[in-house]
Design a protein around this ligand. Structure first.
Ligand code: UD1
Length: 419
C-alpha cells in the first residue's frame, strides 16, 4: 500500500492542467453500451474509477484500446454477459449506471446492489422506481437487482429528490425507449449536460439540457462517436483551494470556469484575487491568510458537496469563525476527526461543522477515508507545519490523476512512498 508524505508550509505557485472529468467519463463509458458501434473518448482521466468501469465493461464482453495518453477506444456494442458482478460493483457505487443502458439495449439485467459507503447509506431506490415507471419489472434478491423489460415505454417521471446518477441512469434508458420521457426535477450538473451532449451526438434526442426538465424522445438505435469529456471542475477547484490554503498563487488550465461559479464566489469571499480567462483560472492570495466562509452544500448550480471537505480544511486555518452545512450526504464528515488531530478547532453538530480558525496546523499521521475527505487531508498537510503522512492513498487515486505530480509542479514537497 502507498502513502503520501507532505512537508507543509510552502506557498504553492505555478501552472497545472486539469484532467477530464471523472463524473462525466463514468456515465459516458456506460453509455457506450447503448451504441451499435464503438466510441472513442478523449480527454479521459487516468483514474482508478475509470479502470474499474473498464474492468466491469470487459467482464460483460466489451473491448477497449488505449489509443493514446488519454484517448480510449471502447467497443461495448455487443455484450455477452448481462451481469454486473458484486466484486466489481462494490468498489465503485457509480457502477449502478450500467443498469439503465443494459436494460434498454438487451431487455434484462442483473446488477449487484452497490451497498452503503463511507459518506452515507446512498440508496438506489430512485434509480429503480424511475425505471419501473418506464415499464421495467424489478426485483431485488440476494443482493442483486434483477430487471426486465421487453420494451421500455416513455413516461412522465418526477424525482422526489434531485439525484445525479439516477437522472443519468434514467435518461440513458429513455434514449432507446418507445415514445417520449420527461424527467421533472432532473439534476442539472455539468456532467449530466456532457452525457446528454454525447448521447445526442450518438443520435439521441434529448431536449432541455442543463435545465431541471429533460425531454427524451426515444430512438431506434444509437451509434458510436468520438467525444471529448469536459474538464473536471472538482479537481480544478481542489487545486485552487490548495493554493488558497498555502497563501499561494496558481493558474489552472483546461477548465470551464462557468461551471465553477459557486466555488469561485467562495474563493473571492476568502480573500483570493481570481482572474478567469477563456479556459483558465488564476488564483492569487497575495501572501494573505484566507478569511473564514460560511457554506451550505446543495445541488448544482449551488455549492457542491464534493468541495465541502476541502473548504473545511481551508476554514480550519482561516481567520475567523465559520460554519459548513452538508445537505446532500448524511455522513460526509470523516475528515473532521483527522483534521482535529492536526490542531483544527472543529465541532460537529448535526449536519453542520462549526469552526474557529487557528493560526496554523501541525503535521500528523492520518488515514484517508473517502475520496474528497482524503483530498482535504492533503490540503491540510500542505498548509501544516512539519510532516504529514496520509495512508490509504488509493481513495485519492479514484478521483485525482497523479495528485502528487501535479502538486510537485506547484512546488509542494510531497512524495508517494510504499509501506
Ligand atoms: C453523484 C456524484 C458524486 C456527488 C453527488 C452529489 C457521480 C459518479 N457521483 O453521486 O460525486 O457527490 O452526485 O453531487 O456522478 N438518493 C436517494 N435515492 C437514490 C439516489 C440518491 O435517496 O436512489 C439520495 C442520496 O443518498 C443523496 C442524494 O440523493 O442523499 C443525492 O445523491 P446523488 O445525486 O444520487 O449522488 P450520486 O449520484 O450517488
Amino acid at each position: 500500500m502507498y502513502k503520501l508524505t507532505i512537508h507543509g508550509g510552502k506557498a504553492l505557485s505555478g501552472t497545472i492542467k486539469t484532467a477530464g472529468s471523472k463524473n462525466s467519463s463514468l456515465p459516458i463509458l456506460f453509455a457506450s453500451i447503448l451504441a451499435d458501434t464503438p466510441i472513442t473518448l478523449t480527454n479521459t482521466p487516468h483514474l482508478s474509477d475509470v479502470s474499474t468501469t473498464l474492468r466491469l465493461l470487459m467482464n460483460m464482453g466489451a473491448e477497449f484500446i488505449l489509443e493514446s495518453d488519454n484517448a480510449l477506444f471502447v467497443d461495448s456494442s455487443k455484450l455477452t454477459n448481462l451481469v454486473a458482478d458484486y466484486h466489481l460493483v462494490k468498489t465503485m457505487r457509480a457502477s449502478i449506471l450500467v443498469l439503465g443502458p443494459i436494460l434498454a439495449k438487451y431487455g434484462r439485467a442483473k446488477v449487484s446492489l452497490p451497498g452503503g459507503c463511507a459518506i452515507g447509506t446512498r440508496p438506489v431506490d430512485l434509480h429503480l422506481k424511475s425505471l419501473e415507471e418506464l415499464g421495467a419489472t424489478i426485483e431485488v434478491k440476494n443482493g442483486y437487482i434483477y430487471a426486465q423489460a421487453k420494451t421500455l415505454i416513455g413516461a412522465e417521471i418526477y424525482f422526489d429528490q434531485v439525484t445525479v446518477t439516477a437522472t443519468e441512469n434514467l435518461l440513458m434508458a429513455a434514449t432507446l425507449a418507445k415514445g417520449t420521457t420527461t424527467i421533472h426535477n432532473a439534476a442539472q450538473e455539468p456532467e449530466i449536460c456532457d452525457l446528454c451532449n454525447c448521447l445526442n451526438k450518438m443520435g439521441a434526442k434529448i431536449f432541455g439540457i442543463g435545465t431541471s426538465i429533460l425531454v427524451i424522445e426515444g430512438v431506434e438505435s444509437l451509434n458510436g462517436v468520438s467525444y471529448s469529456v469536459c474538464p473536471d471542475r472538482i479537481e480544478a477547484a481542489t487545486y485552487l483551494v490548495a493554493a488558497a490554503i498555502t497563501s499561494g498563487s496558481i493558474t489552472v488550465k483546461n477548465i470551464r470556469y462557468q461551471s465553477m461559479r459557486a466555488v469561485l464566489g467562495k474563493l473571492i469571499e476568502i480573500g483570493a484575487d481570481i482572474k478567469t480567462r477563456n479556459n483558465s483560472i488564476t488564483l492569487d492570495m497575495k501572501g494573505r491568510r484566507p478569511k473564514a466562509v460560511n457554506i451550505k452544500t446543495s445541488t448544482y448550480p449551488n455549492f457542491p458537496t464534493d468541495m465541502q471537505a476541502q473548504f473545511t480544511a481551508l476554514n480550519a486555518i482561516a481567520e475567523g469563525h465559520s460554519s459548513i452545512t452538508e445537505n446532500i450526504f448524511e455522513n460526509r464528515f470523516m475528515h473532521i476527526p483527522e483534521l482535529a488531530r492536526m490542531g483544527a478547532d472543529l465541532t460537529l453538530e448535526g449536519n453542520t461543522v462549526f469552526c474557529r480558525g487557528v493560526e496554523s496546523l501541525t503535521g500528523a499521521h492520518l488515514m484517508a477515508t473517502d475520496l474528497r475527505a482524503s483530498a482535504s487531508l492533503v490540503l491540510a498537510g500542505l498548509a501544516a507545519n512539519g510532516t504529514t503522512t496520509i495512508e490509504r492513498v488509493y481513495h485519492l487515486d479514484r478521483g485525482y490523476e497523479t495528485i502528487e505530480e501535479k502538486l510537485k509542479l506547484l512546488g509542494a514537497q510531497i512524495e508517494r512512498v510504499q509501506d
